[in-house]
Design a protein around this ligand. Structure first.
Ligand code: FAD
Length: 247
């Protein structure tokens, strides 16, 4: 899996502050230099003032101003299962790699066993992995070897069958029906900072599946560089709050 920032609002926290200060000022925010917009906010420097205001907004649940800055991420190689979870978030914009126009006819099924084209979950190979709703908590080495064998044989066979169907003239949009839900996909997604916190509330949480959790952690790492005051505060003060939304 890879997560990269493609594009993002420049100086997002200045924009958040301009939006928020607009709500409480008689003057037109568009006419004033930023220093004046922030004039009455506590803090020695402009950065301190931004931190004061942003912390206040987050602590008081005033989330509207965080809808102004947007970021676009490119995600490589997550499963279609992860994609199905991610695309449930209705305020995120998506572009998803097509399986009608992209056919995986040059992938070697032997490489599929090594993680090419299909995501291999850690539980297929790790005897100590603990996931949700497992039938058995602990397994011995023979069991985990058998798990890996069944898993990798099944995905390699599926890819072989898919490629044979393409060779037999079946259109990719129909041949794809035999591919597993773990088939990899590339996604481009855009969301605002408020939505990013919402997605993180749900998908970086302990009850989310490992794959979307890993993806969201990577998005959060990027967000901390892009919009540092907001996402440092989110990390330290908000992530483990009790009243986060539940599914
Ligand atoms: C651990 C976990 C397990 C899950 N299991 C399942 C499952 O088994 N089956 C399943 O179907 N889904 C499941 N989901 C998905 C979950 O139910 C949500 O559909 C998904 O997380 C999208 O989040 P959201 O509802 O907050 O909506 P988003 O689309 O992210 O919207 C953000 C917020 O906007 C508001 N909003 C958006 N649209 C509406 C609307 N139409 N009406 C009112 N308010 C709206 C809500 O306040 C919402 O929280 C699971 C999610 C998680 C995190």
């Amino acid at each position: 899996m890879q997560v990269q920032l493609l594009e993002a609002t420049e100086d997002p926290e200045r924009l958040i502050c301009q939006g928020a200060r607009n709500d409480y000022m008689g003057e037109f925010v568009g006419d004033l230099p930023f220093e004046e917009v922030m004039g009455t906010t506590d803090g020695e420097t402009i950065e301190d003032k931004q931190a004061t205001l942003i912390h206040h907004l987050l602590d008081h649940g005033h989330f509207g101003p965080f809808e102004h800055p947007h970021a676009t991420f490119a995600i490589e190689g997550v499963s279609r299962s992860c994609m199905a979870q991610l695309t449930r978030h209705r305020h995120v914009s998506f572009d998803v790699q097509s399986m009608r126009y992209v056919s995986f006819d040059d992938v070697d099924p032997a490489d599929v066993r090594e993680g090419e084209m299909v995501v291999i979950p850690p539980s297929a190979t790790d005897p100590d992995w603990v996931g949700r709703n497992q039938k058995r908590g602990s397994v011995d080495e023979a069991d985990v070897e058998r798990r890996e064998e069944i898993f990798t044989d099944t995905i390699a066979n599926a890819v072989e069958s898919y490629q044979e169907l393409l060779d037999l003239g079946m259109p990719p949009e129909d041949a794809r029906f035999v591919l597993p839900i773990g088939t990899k996909v590339n996604i481009v997604m855009t969301m605002n900072a408020r939505m990013l916190m919402h997605v993180a509330d749900m998908r970086a949480a302990a009850d989310a599946q490992w794959e979307i959790r890993e993806m969201t952690e990577r998005v959060l790492d990027i967000a901390k560089e892009w919009c540092p005051i907001t996402f440092e505060h989110y990390e330290q003060e908000m992530r483990n709050r009790k009243n986060r939304l539940a599914p």
